[in-house]
Design a protein. Structure first.
Length: 414
């Protein structure tokens, strides 16, 4: 039965992606971002289930994804084929405009300097060690610095996208912005902006999808975990680096990679004791409304139920697993349709306006979908705040460029 369920998923994925390319003439779409990483992680999960210390895998949980992907694909095909029928383009290269704005360069320099000073300040005031979760929270885990860190995510995407031979110096802010994310000790803050920036490069033709690039991406993903755990264990925990530590890190890399699929599997075996209110799926909106209505009740999107997969504890359930846990059948369909329609409307806007900044919003949301193998990210404040920061930076650059243009016109006239 498990093999039949897996085979059904693989056949469905093949058909859905074939129609997806027909509808949008590209692989860089929300459905592809959502599908391929999950399938890859699922196959790894099945390969190690019951081995290497991991628990067994419960195949029926794949049914959530079989249903979810089918529903998610509906708005894609309706919108994509409708645009083709009316003679509208469904795929268009990103227009760089005048290239990397000097305003973005100035803002990036200011943010890097500010976060370096913040690091120096935190090193002097925090009672925790650099590399620990507690230090990360003291650094930029709350208050103004937490919001400013979202600007760093946008700047990191832009720096990765605009990097070329003429702008090799962008490696400096890229490394600094990645380092700031590492200090916070949340791996998603590193992975998501990097995936968004790299995907924009691939979509625009600035980079080509090759085996060599995929190898670099794999090495980079492993390095994210190596550096994160080295900072946590060696810097934060006073542990000496050794072969045992490296082995521990790689085991936890595999744990992190499969924590969503194993988490959902174990939750199903336990009978889903974490079932909860539908409002968890839009917790950030509920909390924003409560903030403005002086309601102190906050909804947390963090699942409080942890399971041990044989290596470590996990409280993640993959994207469709989380949606299913906090919804009934009708709500599951409605939430999935809304999420799909929203992301594909972003894609249409990106094609119509052909702006780098609209594409940053689109590919950031696609990168959140790409993390669906891990958990549901659209209940987090970041899913709203980062796009807002993109619009703020876009407005800032437009005002900067307009002011600069008027100044040049005045000087030329005089």
């Amino acid at each position: 039965m498990g093999l039949l369920i897996l085979l059904t998923l693989l056949i469905e994925v093949g058909v859905l992606l074939y129609l997806e390319v027909k509808a949008w003439h590209t692989l860089y779409t929300p459905l592809v971002f959502l599908t391929l990483p999950y399938v890859a992680v699922l196959l790894v999960t099945i390969a190690i289930a019951g081995r290497l210390g991991f628990v067994d895998f419960y195949y029926p949980t794949i049914l959530f994804w079989i249903a979810g992907l089918l529903v998610f694909a509906i708005p894609s095909y309706v919108l994509g084929f409708a645009m083709q029928k009316h003679g509208k383009p469904v795929c268009k290269p990103i227009d760089d405009g005048n290239g990397l704005s000097k305003a973005v360069v100035v803002l990036t320099a200011i943010m890097c300097l500010a976060f370096l000073l913040r690091l120096k300040q935190t090193l002097g005031t925090s009672t925790s060690s650099l590399g620990s979760d507690e230090f990360g929270m003291d650094y930029d885990g709350h208050g103004l610095w937490a919001h400013l860190s979202k600007i760093n995510s946008v700047l990191l995407i832009l720096c990765i996208y605009f990097y070329d031979r003429q702008r090799r110096w962008l490696w400096i802010p890229i490394l600094l912005l990645v380092f700031f994310a590492f200090v916070h000790q949340v791996k998603g803050w590193v992975i998501i902006p990097c995936v968004a920036g790299l995907s924009m490069r691939l979509y625009s033709g600035k980079a080509k999808l090759t085996g060599k690039l995929l190898l670099y991406v794999l090495i980079g993903a492993i390095m994210v975990f190596l550096i994160s755990y080295i900072m946590s264990l060696v810097l934060g925990g006073d542990v000496e680096m050794s072969g045992t530590v490296i082995g521990f890190i790689f085991r936890h890399f595999v744990h992190y990679l499969t924590s969503g699929t194993f988490g959902l599997s174990m939750d199903a075996v336990a009978g889903y004791p974490d079932r909860g209110s539908f409002e968890v799926l839009y917790a950030q909106m509920v909390n924003i409304i409560n903030l403005f209505t002086d309601n102190n009740d906050l909804v947390t999107p963090v699942n409080p139920f942890y399971y041990h997969n044989g290596i470590n504890y996990t409280n993640t359930r993959t994207m469709f697993g989380t949606i299913a846990i906090f919804s009934n059948g009708l709500q599951f369909v409605g939430c999935t349709l809304f999420l799909s329609f929203f992301t594909y409307m972003l894609k249409i806007f990106a094609i119509k306006f052909n702006s780098v900044y609209v594409n940053v919003i689109l590919f950031y949301q696609c990168s959140l979908l790409g993390m669906g193998w891990f958990d549901y990210y659209f209940s987090q404040l970041d899913s709203i705040e980062v796009p807002i920061m993109v619009l703020v930076i876009m407005t800032f650059t437009l005002l900067f460029d307009t002011t600069k243009g008027k100044r040049y016109e005045t000087e030329a006239a005089s």
